[in-house]
Design a protein around this ligand. Structure first.
Ligand SMILES: O=P(O)(O)O[C@H]1O[C@H](CO)[C@@H](O)[C@H]1O
Ligand SMILES: Nc1nc2[nH]cnc2c(=O)[nH]1
Length: 317
């Protein structure tokens, strides 16, 4: 569904214009960017001193079309730390070009975000997983990417991005002097996509909060959706090494890593993938949203505590 006009609609200038518009409307200068998955938008409500924008009012921004994705960009503080939170994300199956659904990651970068925390709702393929488990994503399988549908396809804009309010920015690929960063190189590495220190920190925080019984680590597989998987597909994905399956996140991770932001991601296992022809279970979006509601408090606490620890530990700040 690659539309040529979208290459040009989401140019560097468009992203810069959107970021500048947002920076002019709020004094919040976020170092952390959060993305709320289906039914997980309550995370944004935890932000204090909110300045919120409907996506429809933000120049160049796509619109949310999925139930459970409110379509608001919320600035504020989480335990004293400045954050920006997408209360609603975009998916390929909404009909958007892949460059368009990932454009908010570049806006995050231009706002000064250094760490991105993504959440999603996913089906559990791992037979040990239960509904309500929270899986720390340690790696991904990018199925649309195998077919050439990658958000970085198209011209690569490597121009410099000036961060006016910072003195230095450490990029993944090199130390860039004079306060400059850039969107990213043509061929970015993905073997370190999910920050290992943050994964360990999340395990530690989860253990302190008493969540170890439902905290997992695993591999997330993205498909295009919107149809849920067949039984044969679930069996295949599990054999390929996936622990959970969904329709989001991976494209955002690729673009976030491309421009040097650190990434942490969580899946809430909202339903068990159907693996057995005798099963009566059927995946459905209502169950997904319902499970989100049931685990909202723990998910919020885990993410907000993690954000606090970012503040207190120089290794993560
Ligand atoms: O990945 P998030 O946005 O959490 O949403 C998940 O939930 C929806 C299906 O119920 C799909 O959009 C799937 O990707
Ligand atoms: N593809 C997919 N996405 C989901 N999102 C929440 N549950 C599921 C699922 O079972 N499959």
């Amino acid at each position: 569904m690659l539309c040529l006009t979208d290459y040009f609609r989401y140019s560097f200038e468009d992203c810069q214009a959107t970021a500048d518009w947002l920076l002019a409307q709020t004094a919040v200068r976020p170092l952390v960017g959060i993305v709320c998955g289906s039914g997980l938008g309550g995370l944004a409500d935890a932000l204090k001193d909110q300045v919120a924008f409907n996506y429809k009012d933000i120049p160049n921004f796509p619109q949310s079309t999925v139930h459970g994705h409110a379509g608001r960009l919320v600035f504020g503080t989480l335990k004293g730390r400045a954050c920006v939170c997408m209360q609603g994300r975009f998916h390929l199956y909404e009909g958007y070009a892949i460059q368009k659904i990932t454009m908010p990651m570049r806006i995050f970068k231009l706002l000064g975000v250094e760490t991105v925390m993504l959440t999603n709702a996913a089906g559990g393929l791992n037979q040990d997983y239960k509904v309500g488990d929270i899986m720390i994503i340690k790696d991904h399988l990018n199925m649309p990417g195998f077919a050439g549908n990658n958000p970085l396809a198209g011209p690569n804009d490597e121009r410099q991005v000036l961060h006016k309010e910072k003195n230095s920015i450490k990029c993944e690929h090199e130390e860039i002097p004079h306060s400059d960063s850039r969107f990213g190189v043509r061929f970015p590495c993905m073997s370190d996509a999910y920050d290992r220190e943050l994964q360990q920190l999340a395990l530690d925080v989860g253990s302190e909060l008493g969540y170890s019984d439902f905290l997992r680590e695993g591999v997330y597989c993205v498909l295009g959706g919107p149809s849920f998987e067949t039984i044969a597909e679930c069996r295949m994905l599990h054999k390929l090494g996936a622990d959970a399956v969904g329709m989001s996140t991976v494209h955002e991770v690729i673009v976030a890593r491309h421009c040097g932001m650190r990434v942490f991601a969580l899946s809430l296992i909202t339903n068990k993938a159907v693996m057995d022809y005798d099963s009566e279970e059927k995946a459905n979006h209502e169950e997904v949203l319902q499970t989100g509601k049931q685990r909202a408090v723990q998910l919020e606490r885990l993410v907000s505590t993690l954000v606090t620890r970012l503040e207190h530990n120089n290794n993560y700040a």
